[in-house]
Ligand binder design. Structure first.
Ligand SMILES: CCCCCCCC/C=C\CCCCCCCC(=O)SCCNC(=O)CCNC(=O)[C@H](O)C(C)(C)COP(=O)(O)OP(=O)(O)OC[C@H]1O[C@@H](n2cnc3c(N)ncnc32)[C@H](O)[C@@H]1OP(=O)(O)O
Ligand SMILES: CCCCCCCCCCCCCCCC(=O)OC[C@@H](O)COP(=O)(O)O
Length: 329
């Protein structure tokens, strides 16, 4: 008897037609089982040898992890109510992800953030993967500013709202400016720091996009310093265009603070340019060391041409060495 089908194992030439149809049923079941066994094997082989399938699996896992964690942790966060303290839950939920992906995080200049004062962090934004780098260094009582669309992503939206994430509608400039001005007042009153991606959108190009001015108005209005943070290019391990997602190393460089004491809104354009230039220089330098490593393996990487021209490899500049320690999912 196989799966409730009462049937002999060997067909007998003298059997009735009902017995032979029973044999047919059994063959179907065996075939079905074979197929069911083959499917995971095929998926495994595809995952191993097809880079695009590998990429989509890893991206799907990332999204599923975020959704699962948000769903699991929202009730706990809700017990506390909307609070920046819930960012600790969010941080703990995202920290293990780098191990699944075999991504090694290298942090430079973390001591800069070790201060009691309030500040605004600005960083480049390459992909949703930035979340993994963010949680490596995000200090206590620090909330990101995010696009309003995240608020409508089900439990991810709730978890983000409960963690105090500030949402801006990028298509309504007046509203976004109001939110930022209000944040300048509340960050002093409620003692929290703010993290902004001044490019305003994800960007994996070889240079950073022009910076939006909101972060700089915020720092000037609140009279708090700015800490520029630069994530090294992900080219050696992640590219949404090339559908590439392997293990690798991400370097996070925290640049020295930029003071805003005494500055007014007329100084914002110059302040924006100064900070962007410092970040672009650091990014270019990181690109050079990243591409030097890359070119040894893959000569003529498309992103390498012209990147960081003239930018020397400073003392102790970051290495994009291949990480083999982590597991990939
Ligand atoms: C509980 C556990 C759970 C576990 C799981 C949880 C799941 C986790 C999920 C999630 C985690 C968090 C995820 C975070 C990551 C999200 C990242 C993003 O979403 S990035 C997109 C949003 N970010 C921005 O857009 C940047 C901020 N934007 C700005 O700063 C812009 O400046 C903005 C929107 C305010 C205006 O943008 P404009 O496109 O109009 O361009 P402009 O050039 O900046 O401004 C135009 C004029 O307005 C003035 N202006 C701008 N801001 C001003 C201000 N605050 N005050 C006065 N004037 C201002 C400027 O000076 C400029 O004027 P003049 O050209 O200089 O004359
Ligand atoms: C209704 C249920 C829908 C559920 C869908 C949930 C999908 C979960 C994905 C989690 C993604 C976490 C957010 C990462 C933050 C991020 O990187 O956002 C991108 C924006 O910064 C910039 O957006 P864009 O201008 O589109 O580049």
């Amino acid at each position: 008897m196989l799966l409730g089908i009462p049937c002999a194992i060997h067909p007998d030439p003298g059997l009735s037609s009902s017995a032979s149809s029973c044999w047919g049923n059994m063959m179907d079941v065996v075939l079905l089982h074979g197929l069911l066994l083959l499917l995971p094997l095929a998926a495994l082989l595809l995952y191993r040898y097809n880079a695009t399938f590998h990429y989509f699996c890893k991206v799907a896992f990332f999204n599923c992890w975020i959704i699962a964690m948000a769903t699991l942790l929202s009730p706990f966060a809700a017990l506390r109510g909307r609070s920046v303290e819930n960012m600790k839950l969010l941080r703990a939920a995202i920290l293990p992800l780098k191990h699944f992906y075999g991504i090694k995080m290298q942090v430079w200049g973390l001591e800069h953030l070790n201060t009691e004062e309030l500040y605004v962090i600005v960083s480049n934004h390459q992909a949703a993967l930035d979340l993994m780098g963010m949680v490596e260094i995000i200090p206590d009582r620090c909330v990101p500013i995010a696009k309003k669309e995240i608020l409508y992503m089900g439990t991810v939206g709730w978890a983000s709202w409960l963690s105090g994430i500030i949402f801006v509608d990028r298509y309504k400039r007046e509203d976004a400016i109001n939110v930022i001005s209000q944040t300048a007042r509340t960050m002093q009153r409620e003692k929290f720091r703010v993290w902004i991606f001044p490019e305003g959108t994800r960007n994996q190009d070889k240079s950073m996009l022009p910076f939006k001015r909101g972060a700089f108005h915020l720092a000037v209005q609140a009279q708090v310093p700015i800490f520029p943070v630069v994530f090294s290019p992900y080219w050696d391990f992640f590219s949404s265009k090339e559908k590439k997602f392997t293990s690798g190393t991400c370097t996070i460089q925290i640049l020295p603070k930029v003071e805003t004491q005494g500055l007014s809104s007329t100084d914002v354009p110059r302040l924006t340019d100064t900070v962007r230039q410092a970040m672009a220089d650091a990014f270019a330098e990181m690109s050079v060391s990243c591409c030097e490593d890359q070119s040894a393996e893959h000569p003529q990487h498309p992103h390498c041409a012209g990147v960081g021209a003239g930018a020397g490899r400073g003392t102790g500049s970051p290495q994009c060495e291949e990480n083999t320690t982590g597991t990939s999912n």
